[in-house]
Design a protein around this ligand. Structure first.
Ligand code: RET
Length: 274
């Protein structure tokens, strides 16, 4: 007869996880501040897009609006304890054998929010479908393997293997942003705003893997609360400030946007390169 093993904390109930979150002021506030900001951003962006007309501008607007919409859902999942769980870290990890609170829902929902950011940027640069597809699929690969890196508890080395695979996907995204889309944007006449948003995106996005490595998932040099505030801080600029700058420009420059390949008519003109 097999003895009944004590339930691991990984299977802690949602209310136990919720209690743990609420007892950590830093962690809890990092989540609720973003719920509030995402709510304000949604209302503001709906208002800012009210007069947008061309197909391309509308697409940019909806993609941009989806960023705070995904964000508010993501942070509600985290704040309720639904998408945060305890993981027992493997041998080799600084917190080996301990139950560490992992906000895995973040990595999961990045799979939905970051493609929207890239879709908006790609449309702004008026890129071709192949390059857009490349950037978005590489980005999804980055997020899913990043989720795997956070969830693997069988081997410390394999956490870092997934981390490196995720970084490889990230390099492809950076290449598209820095090389391909920069020249597309120059040809489309959207260079000024694209260069600003590209810089903001590249610099802030680089912060995520650095934070992952320093935080509780990686070398555990930062506490769970500080790591969470790090991501929340990056999110505030990478999502809401980014989206605000983009929408403000699109609303004020609809003629430039409408003359692009995806904005010429309601049905969309045939792009010249695909
Ligand atoms: C991880 C860890 C594994 C290696 C790499 C990562 C990169 C994450 C990035 C996230 C960007 C998120 C944004 C969210 C907005 O909603 C998964 C941290 C490369 C770049 C902008």
């Amino acid at each position: 007869m097999s003895a009944i093993a004590p339930a691991p904390l990984l299977q802690a109930t949602q209310s136990e996880v919720l209690q743990e979150i609420q007892s950590d002021f830093l962690l809890n506030s990092s989540l609720w501040v973003n719920i509030a900001l995402a709510g304000i951003a949604i209302l503001l962006f709906v208002y800012m897009g009210r007069n947008v007309e061309s197909t391309r501008a509308k697409l940019i607007w909806v993609a941009t609006l989806l960023v705070p919409l995904v964000s508010i859902s993501s942070y509600a999942g985290l704040a309720s304890g639904l998408t945060i769980g305890f993981l027992t870290m493997p041998a080799g990890h600084a917190l080996a054998g301990q139950e560490v609170l992992s906000p895995w829902g973040r990595y999961l929902t990045w799979t939905l929010s970051t493609p929207m950011i890239l879709l908006a940027l790609g449309l702004l640069a008026d890129t071709d479908r192949a390059t857009l597809f490349t950037a978005i699929t590489m980005d999804i690969g980055m997020c899913v393997t990043g989720l795997a890196a956070a969830l693997v508890t069988s081997s410390y080395a394999l956490r870092w293997v997934f981390y490196l695979i995720s970084c490889a996907f990230f390099v492809a995204v950076l290449y598209v942003l820095l090389v391909e889309w920069a020249s597309d944007a120059a040809a489309a006449g959207t260079s000024d705003i694209f260069e600003t948003l590209k810089l903001l995106t590249v610099v802030l996005w680089l912060g995520y893997p650095i934070l992952w490595a320093l935080g509780s998932e990686g070398f555990a040099l930062l506490s769970v609360g500080v790591t969470s505030w790090g991501y929340s801080g990056l999110d505030i600029v990478a999502k809401y400030v980014f989206a605000f700058l983009l929408l403000r420009w699109v609303a004020a420059n609809q003629d430039t946007i409408a003359s692009g390949s995806a904005g010429a008519s309601a049905t969309g003109a045939t792009p010249t390169d695909d």
